[in-house]
Ligand binder design. Structure first.
Ligand code: FAD
Length: 396
């Protein structure tokens, strides 16, 4: 009887893994993908929707090809619990499914309790994060559009690691780009818990100084601890309180809820340690974890590009194991993160990570990768090319 392979989560990691399990097994593996959303909505490029220059529809892809073209069974549901001993997962609808291997790629959990009052402020409709693309992304744009000219858009960043290191700085650019055209007396305030800009720092700071002069204020070492929804006041660990009109507060993040709840987050209770040769959890056999949920190797970002790469390593290892093939993998992963600094100009950072057998981790290949010299519209074309290629690779 064929091994049952379940994939939990149809995002950058899970969708890619499901497809590549089929491709690497010559379409013989039995693969079921469980995902609550009817279609895939990309976080990459979603800051352009916040800034109002693009629509969510442009970032949305159907799941149809995975079922029709690749023979993957798709269940539109979410996994409410997992039993690693019985090797079963329970769906929100009540059904229980058995597995021989399961891939878990549930993204992140926003740790709302890390900022006092944030959960309530979200409930009251005062704050939102838009750190998972979808209705919130549009809602944040609507808050920006409704803000008075002369208002302050505050964006807070938790201590790294968090999903997408350059993402908040790209968002600041997109918000400022909108304000420059529509509400020029307004301001973007970046409250960063980190010591400095965590990705492409020189490039972002130059753009802020040259394209958004006086509009973006960057405050490092500003750790947000609480929010008062009624008065729209942000409280900081050290500095005085700050008031703002739009409060886009990003709390600390951890592995996706299902991974945490199943006891897989064995790195500080937040991230999942994996064996980097097959992305199997070090906490449970036959559970492979991908993407943002894992404790990353040094210098590896939590990105969609990386999740796509994790997926291919895991799929290859699982197919090899189930087929009884003798393999000696030495994976090499690449990453590119593009950031739009306005509607058309883009900067990128790229890196190559090679598995180091002695240290059992990925190491950045010396001299690999690089950084844009300056923003350009040509890179804007590359960025859209990157997006369409990775969507086709994961979902096409
Ligand atoms: P996701 O892609 O989030 O997928 C998780 C999936 O799991 C979701 O579809 C969810 O519905 C599903 N799920 C969760 N729990 C369950 C459950 N219990 N049962 C079933 N399904 C479940 N990355 C880049 O490479 N380049 C970029 O330019 C870039 N820009 C970004 C900009 C922003 C504003 C943001 C927020 C992120 C950006 N990222 C970028 C990061 C990228 O989005 C993430 O790193 C990537 O989505 C991680 O993939 P994942 O598979 O771990 O999670």
């Amino acid at each position: 009887q064929k091994a049952e392979i379940l994939v939990i989560g149809g995002g950058y990691g899970g969708a890619t893994a499901a497809k590549y399990l089929r491709l690497f097994s010559n379409n013989t593996a039995k693969v079921t993908l469980i995902e609550p959303n009817a279609s895939f909505v990309s976080c990459p490029l979603s800051n352009l929707v916040v800034g109002g220059s693009r629509t969510l529809a442009e970032l949305t892809s159907p799941y149809d090809n995975l079922s029709k073209r690749h023979g993957i069974k798709i269940i539109q549901d979410s996994v409410s619990s997992m039993d690693p001993d019985k090797k079963t997962v329970k769906l929100a609808s009540g059904k229980t499914l058995r597995y021989d291997k399961v891939i878990v790629s549930p993204g992140i959990t926003l740790m709302m309790n890390s900022i006092e009052g944030l959960a309530q402020a979200n409930k009251d409709g005062v704050t939102l994060q838009a750190w998972k693309a979808g209705a919130e992304t549009v809602a944040l744009h609507n808050q920006l559009a409704a803000m008075r000219d002369g208002g302050t858009f505050a964006l807070s960043i938790p201590e790294a690691p968090y999903r997408c290191p350059p993402g908040p700085y790209e968002r600041a650019c997109q918000v400022a780009n909108y304000l420059k055209k529509n509400k020029p007396k307004s301001k973007v305030l970046i409250l960063d818990a980190n010591q400095d800009v965590t990705s492409k720092g020189g490039l972002f700071k130059k753009v802020w100084a040259e394209q958004y002069t006086g509009m973006i204020e960057y405050l490092p070492k500003h750790n947000v601890t609480a929010v008062d929804a009624k008065t729209k006041t942000i409280k900081l660990e050290v500095q005085d309180d700050i008031k703002a009109d739009v409060l886009n507060l990003l709390p600390a993040m951890s592995a996706g809820e299902i991974a945490v709840k199943t006891g897989l987050a064995n790195s500080n209770g937040r991230w999942v340690n994996v064996n980097f040769l097959n992305f199997e959890s070090t906490a449970q056999k036959d559970i492979h974890v991908l993407g943002d949920s894992i404790q990353i190797a040094p210098a590896m970002p939590k990105s969609g590009h990386m999740a796509n790469q994790h997926a291919k390593v895991a799929a290859a290892a699982i197919v090899a194991e189930l087929s009884g093939w003798e393999v000696n993998p030495a994976p090499v992963l690449t990453n590119t993160c593009y950031s739009f600094v306005n509607e058309r100009e883009v900067v990128h950072v790229a890196s190559v990570h090679q598995y180091n057998a002695a240290e059992k981790t990925f190491k950045t290949v010396p001299g690999s990768g690089g950084l844009s010299p300056a923003p350009s519209t040509l890179e804007g074309v590359y960025a859209w090319g990157w997006a369409h290629n990775i969507w086709a690779d994961s979902l096409g």
